[in-house]
Write a protein that binds this ligand. Structure first.
Ligand code: FES
Length: 432
């Protein structure tokens, strides 16, 4: 199983860190958020080191559907209701700035960047779409409410954001990462204050950024309560349909569509990690029915960190930690989310005021309905008897037949059938 991006781009290789180093900023995690942050700091002449436990872009970044858009489902009505007009306006402005930064950088790289309209459709609730358009109008963005979309699904309409973009993320990052101070195969086993301990040395840093997908320190920030993980699946079909845009169902378990080089990328089958869902079987059944002459060329799956309120956690790791920052919880919108994180964190490190920081503050209120769902899930799975237990915090693991892996419903760690860790927050294999 290799994503289309991994099959079509070749990434530069970086050495393993051997020995002790001292730096101003240590970035842990070589996905898109870490690499973009390193790139912006590099541009400003900041001394930094980025370490990645395996190869760069081997996690969610290499398995995304790579839509660059500031339309994130129906988020604006949600933020407007929970946090007010100013917060919704700032969220939009921060993500528009991220979009513009991509336009600038993609103009300098060969990454198949294309401008496309983005649509969020609903199959059954037009009122939700109307409310999103009204919310957007209140914060100064005029979106279209379309009657139909050219998809083989019955919809009640779609909210359209014109002139968004799609690209090949690994072609983009292979160019961005070139020349950065990156070490691969360098696993941070432990933090002692602001010193990272790896297998072959220590890194002393004034400032540390955790860009590790799921934040890996449990003691601070309560991320084990504030995040859960969601799996989604993609198949790339030849001889299917040119949909000339990017489309996603407003419902979490719905389908998404976009093209790349003559292929249709059909996404969906999603579920909370460790739970049952449609996976590739659902997508293949849909393709057989709606695109009977198509052929599957690639298939892959991805894992997203979901925050309590749909807004990423970007900023200080916790109110009590100093010189320690985090970027996580991009809620399936990791392209603009990562760029927003890179811009915000680099401003914070450079001591520059960023007017959007308060919206993404990881220490904001956690009293949200999703908190109780996450809590109930944890209690239930901690009490479930099972021989296979997750080394993160001890929940019972569930067998995922489609991917032949052991998955944790609490916070989404995953392991191969032989116990090798695939996805964090667990930072080691299952005991033999
Ligand atoms: Fe936290 Fe499994 S991922 S207990």
């Amino acid at each position: 199983m290799r994503s289309l991006w991994k099959a079509t781009a070749s990434l530069p290789e970086f050495p393993e860190l051997v020995g002790d180093v001292r730096t101003d900023v240590l970035i842990i995690g070589g996905g898109i958020a870490g690499i973009l942050t390193a790139y912006l700091l590099h541009e400003k002449g900041v001394r930094y080191v980025l370490v990645e436990k395996g190869r760069i872009c081997s996690g969610t970044t290499g398995n995304t559907t790579a839509k660059i858009t500031f339309q994130h489902g129906l988020i604006y009505d949600k933020i407007l209701k929970s946090d007010g007009t100013e917060a919704a306006r700032k969220y939009l402005a921060a993500n528009r700035a991220a979009f513009d930064k991509y336009a600038e950088l993609c103009g300098k790289t060969d990454c198949d960047y294309e401008i496309k309209d983005n649509y969020v459709y609903s199959t059954d609730d037009r009122r939700k779409l109307e409310k999103e358009v009204e919310a957007l109008e209140k914060i100064g963005y005029i979106a279209d409410l379309c009657e139909n979309v050219p998809l083989p699904v019955k919809t009640v309409g779609a909210v359209k954001f014109p002139d968004q973009a799609q690209f090949n993320p690994l072609k983009f990052l292979s160019s961005v990462a070139e020349g950065l101070n990156i070490y691969e195969n360098t696993f941070v086993r432990e933090m002692r204050g602001n010193t990272a301990v790896t297998d072959k040395g220590k890194i002393h840093a004034d400032t540390v950024i955790a860009a590790t997908h799921f934040p890996f320190i449990n003691k601070h920030g309560s991320y084990f309560l504030k995040l859960y993980q969601h799996r989604s699946y993609v198949i790339a079909l030849e001889n299917a349909q040119d949909v000339n845009g990017m489309y996603v169902d407003e419902c979490d378990t719905g389908l998404s569509f976009r093209n790349y080089e003559g292929l249709l990328l059909l996404g969906g089958g999603g579920h909370r990690t460790g739970k049952k869902g449609g996976n590739w079987a659902e997508l293949r059944a849909f393709a057989a029915k709606k695109y009977p002459d198509s052929r599957e060329k690639h298939f892959w799956a991805t894992q997203d960190c979901m925050s309590l309120d749909g807004i990423p956690y970007i900023g200080r790791y916790s109110a009590k930690t100093h010189g320690f920052y985090v970027a996580s919880g991009f809620n399936k919108w990791g392209m603009t989310g990562s760029m927003t994180a890179a811009m915000l964190l680099s401003d914070m490190i450079l001591g520059k005021r960023n007017g959007f920081a308060s919206v993404f503050d990881p220490s904001r209120s956690i009293v949200k309905p999703q908190l109780f769902i996450n809590g109930a899930e944890a209690v239930c799975n901690l009490l479930t008897p099972s021989k296979k237990r997750c080394p993160h915090l001890g929940c019972a693991l569930k067998w995922n037949e489609a991917e032949r892996s052991w998955d944790c419903p609490c916070h989404g760690s995953r392991f191969t059938e032989h116990g090798r860790v695939l996805d964090n927050p667990a930072n080691g294999d299952l005991p033999k």
